[in-house]
Design a protein around this ligand. Sequence first.
Ligand code: PHE
Length: 348
Amino acid sequence: MKLSDLKEESSKIIDEASKEINNVNETASLNEFKNKFLGKKSSLTDFYSKMKEVIASERKDFGLVLTSLRDKLNSLYDEKEKKLKEEKLKKKMLAEKVDITLPGRDMLLGSKHPNEIIIDDITSYLMSLGFSVEEGPEVESDLNNFELVNIPKDHPSRDMQDSFSINENTVLRSHTSCIQARVMKKMNGTYPVKIICPGKVYRRDNDATHSHEFFQCEGLVIGEHVTMSHLLETLTLLLKHLFGEKREVRFRPSYFPFTEPSIEVDISCAECNGKGCNLCKHTGFIEVLGAGMVHPNVLRMNGYDDKKVSAYAFGIGIDRVAMLKYKIEDIKNFYTGDINFLKQFVKE
Ligand code: PHE
């Protein structure tokens, strides 16, 4: 076959392909085009097979014609494929158009629970006085919750805290004082110890100011020459920080099995300024915490030499502080998850 004829045939194929590609407007017909012009049984393969009919001296030139035919067909195909893809994307984007003039959805910002606000306040204040924070589990052994803080089984002082039992040896902790036993065990007779432990506690209690679940923050300081005056000063600073400089702080002798001597601490009623009203049951003062010098039995049972070291401890009721600070009458508000109640504590 003559090279000139082959050249003519090649341009015919190109002409035909160029026409057909114009009619291609979807992937299916693009595939047909591919089969017809580039596939196994295509015009291009036919053209290849003509090689054997070309005389040896013209084969090189035929090769060039062949390559340019192949390149042209491929480029027709590639261009169309690209165009179809672009069109598809364009259509998709048009269909998925976002209306940026629509107003956005409001994100409701949550708030800290009032107890959490008080815990954060107390911990950051006491940390500034050198305390560090410890934690313990809410499900606690009878040993830590009672025995190691000097409340033996069958002792009448157990009645002060009516607890929930999981089994004979396990309770929902009824106070954070159990953390004292945990910390002392960990410290293994070493000191100084200066810790606070905020956390949830449980008792069988139920009235406007008592709930079966509530929060406390324990404090424990162990060292040489730790005295009651250290305790009184720390508590005075803390309570004035929480309730304001104007509040009077009052200490009363009291009884706890794990402290000797023991005290209870009141602040003057903010409602009536100490004159007496319903809130303070006409006493002018409101009780906020229990405290005392750690009983020598507790120190000894937990691996400390009570001749060498002394310690003080206190336990403050978080809910009580929150109720007084935010004038909340019923403690149940803290535990019902009522959004309207909690919204009041959103920081502006
Ligand atoms: N654990 C006591 C209570 O829950 C409070 C307290 C703690 C008293 C530490 C003295 C010392 O009532």
